[in-house]
Every structure is written in C-alpha cells, then in structure tokens.
Write a new protein. Structure first.
Ligand code: PEP
Ligand code: MN
Length: 363
C-alpha cells in the first residue's frame, strides 16, 4: 500500500536533543513523589540527559493498581525544568491531559500504545494539540498493525502537528516469548523505509520488560539506524510503583549506555565508499538476475496453468507443493539459508504462481 506523505520537522530543529546520536529520553515509568522525581532527574541530568520522561496518568491493566498521581505531578515536572533546564514529557490519553500539560508547560508528549490503537482518542488528541507546537511521539499500537500506527500519524499531521516522531515499544503477543512485548523489528524497518525522515525512537524498557534485556534491545535499535531511545530510569527501581523490573538507576543507565556501540549512519570516507559501492554493484547485478529468474519461473507457471486447463486439472496440488518446499528447505540449508527465509520466499513465489494460474483458468 502506498502511503501519503507526512510533513515532518527534522528532529534536529526541535531544539531538544544534542547530537550525535543516540538521543535519549529517560525518567521513571511514573512520577510518584516530588522527592523521587527530583532525585531521578538530578541523576539523569548529571549523565547529560536532556529530556526527562515521567508518567503522570498511567494506563494500568487492573483497576486498583497505581494509576499515576495525576495533575499535581505536573508541578514536579515544572520543577525539573526550572532546576535542571531539562525538557520534560509525559503520556497523554485525552484532551483533558493535553490541556493540563499545556497549563504546566510540558515540552513534549507521547501517545501510549493502548491509545494509538484507538482512532477516536487519537483524533481527540490531534484536535487538542492542534497548533500547539508541542512535539508528539506516537508509540506503536499494542497490536502489530502498521496502518493503524500510520493512521495515527496522519491524524496528527492533518492537525498541523509537524514535530512528530514515533516510539517502537513492541507488540502484545500470546506467544511465550523472552520479552514482555514482541519487537517485530520488521515492522519498524517497514515504517522507517516508508518515512525515512520520521524521527524514530525505540523503547527497550517496555519491549524487554526487564532491565537485563535493555542493552541488547538498545543495540539492535541503534544498529537499525533509529535516532534514539526512551528508557525508564528510577532512583530506586526496586521500590517503583509501576514497572519495577524494567527500570534502572541513573547510574545503571550510565553503565548501559557506555556499553552500546554507536555506529555511524553512513560515511563519506573514500575508502569506505569504494568498498561499499563495489559490493552494492554486485548486489544490483544479482538482483537483476533474480528478477530474470522470477520472470522465467512465472512463464513456466503460466504454461502449466494452460496445460492444466486443457486437461481440466485443479490448480492446487498440495502434496506436490509440500514436497517441493521440503526439498528447497533441505537444499537451502546446504547453502546456509535459513528455513524461515526459504519458506517466506517460496511461499511468496507459490502464491503468485497460484494467482497467475487461477487467472488463466478463469479466462
Ligand atoms: C509508558 O511509557 O510508561 C507506557 C505506559 O508505555 P506503553 O504505552 O508503551 O505501554
Ligand atoms: Mn512503564
């Protein structure tokens, strides 16, 4: 599906982050008390973090869990701004939240995963934020639906919000996986490919659900070329009222960030360029060869379709397909190709082949 263009103000022009990458947004899952907010912010400010996050209104699964301190916590964020000169941000889920944030001078807001999944709420937020100049970061919806995510961006953009970015926090799943949410990086890659200019953050805290996964998830995000990270940090994570297991102290964050390898997005160095250009030229030739092979294969598929039609034979012979796929997986393995890859490629080829043959049959 082709996407409508978004009008985006480059993140460098927001005046929020110091370059180079990664841009970091850090702070506790929830603002709990003035002391906790100030102590955490002090620690993060000492690390050189410029953007402080804290949840004021918390979307919790069960009623009766800590649901955030509400508007009074915004005064503490104001204090963080004044005392440390940091930018402050929180999650908004209703027009009322937005108006409170405007009142207290919140610098940046994000839309949480549960809210992105609801177009009514996103529209309400877009209307409330219209023409405010407050940057808005949109977390992916809880379900792996890229169009729903893009739809939210379009709604905000139509309300003339151009300081717009995204946060990839992974997707809910019923599968038994290592992480709290399934990263499904391919969805992030697809969004990045469609909107290369869209500021892109990853949230390894909600993705991993445990501080032990923060480093590997952050590294993957940065290796994919994402601009920054939103990470939960609490001065005393063990006492946190929400998301205790995934938060780390400012000191822990310093250590973790120190271990990340930040690779350049690209390079103009002549030696690098020469090497990469040669390799890319090889890829281009191979890709053309692939196109030629696909086309030859489809020509044979068409002949088979014609032949089956003449003999009044059904298109799909699943046993033939199963044995072909099995043998390709086997051969692919000998070439060092993974089963998942072979399955994906040959299923796509098979689908196209069946579609073509069906067309012939109905002609
Ligand atoms: C959060 O950032 O604290 C939060 C609730 O995240 P998410 O919307 O990704 O669950
Ligand atoms: Mn949280």
């Amino acid at each position: 599906m082709s996407s409508r263009p978004l009008e985006i103000t480059p993140v460098e022009e927001w005046g929020f982050f110091t370059l180079p990458r990664p841009m970091i947004i850090a702070g506790p899952c929830s603002a709990e008390s003035e002391e906790q907010v100030m102590e955490t912010a002090r620690g993060l400010h000492d690390l050189g973090i410029h953007v402080f996050r804290a949840g004021i209104w918390k979307p919790r699964t069960h009623p009766g869990s800590f649901e955030g301190v509400g508007a009074p916590g915004l005064k503490w964020l104001q204090k963080v701004k004044h005392e440390f000169g940091m930018k402050v941000g929180t999650e908004v889920a209703s027009a009322k939240h937005v108006f409170e944030c405007i009142k207290y001078g919140v610098d940046i807001v994000w839309i949480g995963a549960r809210t992105t999944a609801n177009p009514f709420l996103v529209q309400e937020l877009a209307d409330a934020l219209q023409d405010t100049d407050i940057p808005v970061l949109v977390k992916n919806p809880v379900n792996p639906d890229l169009d729903l995510w893009i739809g939210a961006l379009e709604r905000l953009n139509r309300a003339r919000i151009r300081k717009l970015g995204v946060i990839h926090r992974g997707f809910s799943t019923s599968e038994d996986i290592l992480y709290r949410n399934d990263p499904q990086w391919k969805i992030a890659i697809e969004l990045r490919t469609r909107y290369p200019g869209l500021p892109f953050f990853a949230d390894p805290s909600h993705m991993g659900g445990s501080r032990k996964y923060l480093l590997e998830l952050s590294q993957t995000a940065l290796d994919l070329g994402l601009e920054g990270l939103m990470i939960e940090s609490h001065c005393h994570p063990e006492c946190a009222l929400s998301d205790s297991a995934q938060q780390l102290t400012p000191e822990g964050l310093r250590e973790m960030l120190g271990k990340i390898v930040v690779r350049d997005k690209d390079s103009d160095s002549p030696t690098y360029r020469e090497g990469i250009d040669q390799l890319r030229a090889q890829i281009d030739i191979i890709d053309e060869g692939l196109l030629y092979s696909f086309s030859s294969r489809m020509n044979v598929s068409r002949k088979i379709g014609q032949y089956k039609k003449e003999h009044n034979i059904a298109i799909l012979q699943t046993s033939r397909w199963d044995s072909l796929l099995g043998s390709m997986i086997e051969k692919g393995r000998a070439y060092g190709l993974s089963e998942d890859f072979i399955r994906a490629v040959f299923n796509a080829i098979h689908d196209e082949s069946v579609r073509t043959q069906n067309q012939i049959l109905s002609e």
